[in-house]
Ligand binder design. Structure first.
Ligand code: MN
Length: 146
């Protein structure tokens, strides 16, 4: 068991880490905490990601899927071809090989649990050609951050 601390959205013994180990400028104001690392017949990880106001995750796609539950604040998510408002307790599925990006656009933080397979492929970022295609989808060009 991992107990939650007296600080909201912080857990005992769980480091608050950078969102991605390799750094970069394709995300903003986002942290990562790994809450569960499975094995054997439950080979999944559960992570808590939190972005500060105006933060965003990387625009990416990959073969592995995400099951996400918003547990703090609100914002918007781009999945596939659609931008959707998201609020605390909403559940979001990111299907395989589907462009996605979370943004804390509502003047508050956006925090979510994200379940992924332990064995997963590396995310792809958009090529210039991908961005040309994404920019042709109504509203997506203004939403995405790269
Ligand atoms: Mn992803």
């Amino acid at each position: 068991m991992i107990r939650h601390t007296s600080d909201k959205f912080r857990w005992h013994g769980v480091d608050v880490l950078p969102y991605k180990e390799d750094g970069g400028t394709h995300f903003k104001s986002i942290s990562r905490q790994t809450l569960f690392q499975g094995s054997n017949d439950l080979p999944v990880e559960m992570r808590y990601f939190e972005m500060a106001k105006d933060g965003h995750s990387t625009l990416e796609r990959h073969q592995h899927q995400h099951a996400v539950m918003i547990i703090r604040g609100s914002g918007q998510v781009f999945v596939g071809e659609t931008i959707t408002p998201i609020n605390t307790h909403d559940v979001v599925h990111i299907p395989a090989f589907t462009w996605h990006q979370f943004r804390a656009t509502n003047g508050e933080e956006l925090g979510f649990l994200c379940v992924v397979s332990m064995d997963r492929d590396k995310p792809q970022r958009p090529t210039p050609e991908n961005l040309t295609e994404l920019n042709q989808i109504p509203k997506v060009g203004e939403f995405i951050r790269v």
